[in-house]
Design a protein around this ligand. Structure first.
Ligand code: GLA
Length: 364
């Protein structure tokens, strides 16, 4: 589009964090899948130096000056797209006026990273429209920077990397220290059911950043750069001599445990052993509940009920936590009955049936 006037269309999927909770900004290991739902951005040239953003689903339009991009009000969807455009410009992109039409099928505030899907689809669209050649890891960093500077969430790279690297029927195994990405085949009998807690998670409300600060505090006390370098033995020693205690100790134990679980899950996946992956998911949820304290009553209810249903191999909260959704690993063929059963169980206690999304691993 840099020379002509045709429109470009770009897409990026939402993501589910399969395992590796709050490990990414600790330089740890994560395992994600792309979803079959995502964000689509259609770009057309605009004749002046305006960035016009139109959210089709919300029927909202924003006009921004390309030369003076600044955050919209806190919590606005527009920040993700404006932030990405600003980061392109900061990296030297020759920006021209554009109209972006946004359509997304990722539920918002559900822990499925509708924000990363929007950032990544916007990044792919701007890349074509403005003729830049950033690689996918740089596009992921652009999305992350938008999140930090325009949405106020000091997130890691899990969401953006999973969205940009996801391929159909594969999980994305990402080492946040070496930045290596490996696509691991997902056994064909694996299905995922994502069940909404109905508790709106708002990562910018401070709890996420607070957890990150506690992890940084634990790393400082342990004398390591990032918690990736911590081991169970190091934690035991620091606990034993009274150096590390309370919340920072619990957060560190969670992160160290999650890194080990991701490594074990990848090995199990390679061996086609979904039962082990499911067990690791259950352990992850228990660790979130007791150590990282980023679960809530509704997520605990869904995770424990899910495990009682036939064909469910494991269930855990997915994403930042404090609300959002539970991800259940279900054997193919059992997903319909699972959705019905979890719906009935929630109906009996909550008085309503939660939304559930059945998906395989999606992506390009
Ligand atoms: C959110 C963040 C990610 C990651 C997860 C927790 O989704 O955006 O970077 O930290 O929470 O694992």
């Amino acid at each position: 589009m840099t020379s002509g006037s045709e429109s470009v269309v770009a897409h990026a999927p939402g993501r589910a964090e399969w395992l590796g909770n709050h490990t990414d900004y600790n330089d740890g290991l994560v395992l994600g899948i792309g979803l079959e739902v995502g964000a689509t951005v259609t770009v057309q040239p605009a004749c002046d130096r305006q960035l016009v953003l139109r959210a089709l689903d919300l029927d909202e339009t924003r006009h921004c000056e390309l030369d003076a991009l600044s955050p919209a009000e806190a919590g606005s969807w527009a920040n993700y797209a404006i932030g990405v455009a600003a980061e392109f410009i900061a990296r030297g992109a020759q920006a021209q006026g554009l109209k972006l039409e946004i359509h997304s099928t990722v539920p918002m505030g559900a822990g499925l990273s509708s924000s990363a899907a929007l950032e990544c689809a916007t990044a792919r669209a701007l890349q074509q429209a403005w003729g830049t050649d950033f690689d996918d890891m740089e596009l992921a960093r652009i999305g992350q920077a938008a999140e930090h500077k325009f949405a106020g969430v000091r997130c890691g790279l899990l969401d953006q990397v999973t969205s940009l690297f996801a391929t159909r029927d594969h999980a994305v195994f990402f080492d946040c220290r070496s930045l290596e990405v490996e696509r691991v085949p997902v056994p064909p009998e694996a299905r995922f059911v994502i069940v909404q807690s109905g508790v709106k998670h708002a990562l910018s409300d401070g709890a996420y950043n607070e957890r990150r600060a506690e992890c940084e505090e634990a790393a400082r006390v342990l004398g390591v750069g990032k918690l990736r370098e911590a081991t169970p033995a190091l934690l035991d020693a620091a606990e034993g001599d009274g150096q590390l205690h309370g919340a920072p100790l619990r957060r560190a134990r969670h992160v160290v445990g999650e890194n080990a679980r991701v490594a074990a899950a990848v090995a199990a996946l390679r061996a086609g052993d979904l039962s082990t992956v499911g067990r690791l998911m259950n352990e992850s949820h228990e660790s979130s509940r007791t150590l990282f304290e980023n679960s809530c009553e509704e997520l605990d209810f869904l995770a424990s009920e899910a495990r009682k249903i036939s064909g469910c191999l494991g269930a855990r909260l997915t994403g930042g936590g404090f609300g959002g959704a539970v991800l259940a690993l279900v054997r193919g063929g059992a997903e319909e009955e699972f959705v019905k059963s979890i719906g009935d169980r929630a109906l009996a206690v909550w008085g309503h049936v939660p939304q559930a999304l059945v998906t395989g691993a999606g992506g390009r």
